[in-house]
Design a protein around this ligand. Structure first.
Ligand code: FUL
Length: 473
């Protein structure tokens, strides 16, 4: 008889779960787990009051009086943000670093006698604390070559400058906007070359554009995904500027089984990034004020809580600092999240569900990211039984996305001892997709001892976390 060591026993009893459909790269997974990042719109518009500069602004307009990028990082850290993306070049073409590709940069300004370099100070301040990323607008209202084939060379060289001399840079933002009128300049962007340049210079960077490939625009600037939100997207025949899915499709993504024109041949993992500003404008303007904590919480639930990453814009002011009004709201926003999500009321619950070997239902309660419950069928039920009647109004569910996004609907049932009741009317689910994270808010706090989750998936659900909270406490 062969004696089995505990290790051998463990491995023989742990089934390998095959992934379903497209899955995130390790970089996309790390990116999604950042959850909230900061966007910093900063440049000549900060001083002119414009949102879209036309590129004719004198370089001296840019003159932050007391710029301190470390203060941006302090605020981001205090707000629980893991990365910051800076508008190194917005549509006006002004470069926040002394670019050799342009004559409209900090080097031509009298700020720091032409020796200033915001991108350098920014990336130095971020190093070891938060991740740094860049927005470099393809649309350029200043560059004389814009609208000609030569501009593609300029743009490639610009990417080359930034991604070799600065970094590490975790995300490259390619904005999709172009406001040229009918008689305006038309640039035929060489997207394959831009992407190839990025792959060569910074293969680990997440590339944002309307269609990815690293992450996609969510189709609105209000900080919300669709109520249904797939991280998968069909990008067949599309470029970041042409033949793109409509904004509504970007909000929801494309389900892995939908009858797409290509039979899923180009369905990719392109998760949604929700960019929204803390203020009415993207740039700082003296007469504007930040959103309230309640508004930011609503944004959080509708972005991070619906399978998106929240990219919250917090624009530095004319001093080159994040103003006290904005940082106070951000700190309060963090405190509110910490308060609500401090105490998982399901921690000591008994969990019951059919499971695949080695992937017990109890794994949904631990906070280790890589342990999960693997259900046995596409329709799966899991029961949480608390020690006593528990009052809660928030449910957090996380699919283990390294194995793909699978869940199409979640129903909630409860039990008052005389049978099972559905939380929602009739056949209505409590939510549709789950993905990286779904936060279900109940209309009012409930007092339940047993919660039964009924999942439907395109493949058997794989869930690494379920937690219950009471937002009133
Ligand atoms: C848009 C731009 O036109 C806005 O100015 C801003 O940068 C926003 C994040 O993206 O497309």
């Amino acid at each position: 008889m062969i004696a089995l060591t505990p290790l051998a026993l463990a491995s023989c009893c742990t089934e390998t779960i095959e992934p379903f459909g497209p899955v995130p790269t390790p970089q996309q997974l790390a990116w999604q787990r950042m959850e909230i990042n900061m966007f910093c719109h900063f440049g000549p518009n900060t001083f002119s009051g414009a949102e879209w500069g036309d590129g004719t602004e004198p370089e001296d307009l840019f003159h932050p009086r007391a710029m301190d990028c470390r203060q941006w990082v302090d605020v981001a850290e205090q707000a629980g943000m893991k990365g910051i993306i800076l508008t190194a070049k917005h549509h006006d073409g002004f470069c926040l670093w002394p670019s050799a590709q342009s004559t409209h940069t900090v080097a031509q300004s009298s700020w720091n006698e032409g020796h200033g370099d915001v991108l350098r100070e920014f990336t130095d301040a971020c190093r070891g604390r938060v991740k740094a990323g860049v927005y470099i607008s393809p649309w350029d209202r200043n560059h004389p070559a814009y609208g000609t084939a030569e501009y593609n060379d300029v743009f490639v060289n610009t990417l080359r400058e930034v991604h070799t001399a600065y970094g590490p840079l975790f995300e490259q933002w390619f904005d999709g906007a172009c406001g040229e009128g009918p008689n305006g300049k038309k640039q035929h962007y060489d997207w394959p070359r831009f992407m190839q340049t990025m792959n060569e210079l910074n293969p680990n960077a997440i590339i944002f554009s309307d269609i990815g490939p690293g992450c996609r625009w969510v189709g609105n600037e209000s900080g919300r995904t669709g109520d249904t939100c797939w991280s998968t997207l069909c990008t067949d025949g599309a470029t970041p500027s042409e033949n793109k899915p409509a904004p509504k499709e970007l909000e929801t993504g494309h389900a892995p089984n939908s009858s797409l024109k290509t039979q899923n041949s180009s369905l990719n993992w392109v998760p949604a990034e929700c960019d929204v500003s803390i203020r009415p404008g993207w740039f700082w303007h003296p007469d504007e004020h930040p959103k309230s904590v309640d508004e930011l919480m609503e944004i959080y639930y509708n972005s991070v809580g619906r399978n998106g990453l929240l990219l919250l814009n917090v624009p530095p002011d004319t001093n080159g600092r994040i103003c006290a009004e904005d940082s106070a709201v951000l700190v309060a926003f963090r405190a509110e999240r910490d308060r609500i999500f401090a105490n998982d009321l399901a921690q000591n619950a008994k969990v019951n569900a059919w499971h695949r070997p080695g992937h017990k239902a109890k794994n949904v309660l631990d906070t280790s990211y890589h342990t999960y419950w693997a259900a046995t069928g596409k329709s799966a039920e899991l029961t949480l039984e608390m020690d006593s009647v528990t009052e809660f109004d928030i449910i957090v569910i996380q699919e283990y996305i390294p194995l793909g996004q699978r869940i199409t609907s979640v129903k909630l049932l409860y039990d008052f001892g005389d049978g099972l009741y559905s939380y929602t009317d009739g056949d209505e689910p409590a939510c549709t997709t789950v993905g990286y994270k779904r936060i279900i808010r109940l209309d009012h706090p409930v007092k339940w001892r047993r919660v039964i989750f009924q999942f439907e998936g395109m493949a058997p659900p794989v869930i690494n976390r379920i937690a219950l909270y009471n937002s009133a406490r």
